[in-house]
Design a protein around this ligand. Sequence first.
Ligand code: HEC
Length: 174
Amino acid sequence: MNGSTVVVYVVAATFALAGTGRVDAQMRMPHSPAGPSSPSSGTSGEHGAHGTPSGWKFSWPAGNPAKGRDAFVKLECASCHEVKGEKFAAPTDPGKVGPELSQMSPLHDAEYFAEALINPSAVIEPGKGYAAPDGSSKMPSFNDSVTVQEVVDLVAFLKSLKPPAGHSSGGSRH
Ligand code: HEC
């Protein structure tokens, strides 16, 4: 897989295919020949005519939390995010620091974390200095440098985190 293929996968496949990509997507569409020449009919239309099945929901694949932790270290996510219970070096840039992440797991679905990674500006908690002057997230995009599998594993790592003992996350939203 070359670099540009990876980018295309991150941008497009993350939304559309999930998991290992094409094979997985074909298996999810038993009524579709899924040949490369069959045009997409978009988001509406009969399932039998290759439209999206009613009730379809994007399903985020399971990942490997240990590999996700490796990616977290490699990508230096800890330069902006504290993770309680982990021994990462403390965040270094006060102007760009993001939320502590061990408390987030019970609050969010995997899909929410996926969006936080591939589209950081989609949801920004107001009033915390998380946004740049132009309104975008201070969190950079990693879409050019991560593989889809790394995103999947990073999400698994984030979901595996547990708030520190004694910390109550009840009622608080992040
Ligand atoms: C330059 C600083 C910076 C780096 C590096 C960074 N982030 Fe962030 N991150 C932020 C800021 C600021 C926010 C809050 C604004 C937002 O939600 O986009 C944030 C938000 C998040 C959220 C959403 C938290 C929530 O509950 O809403 C997740 C998850 C996250 N980051 C994970 C990561 C991961 C994983 C990496 C490494 C691949 C990373 N971040 C790298 C600054 C950073």
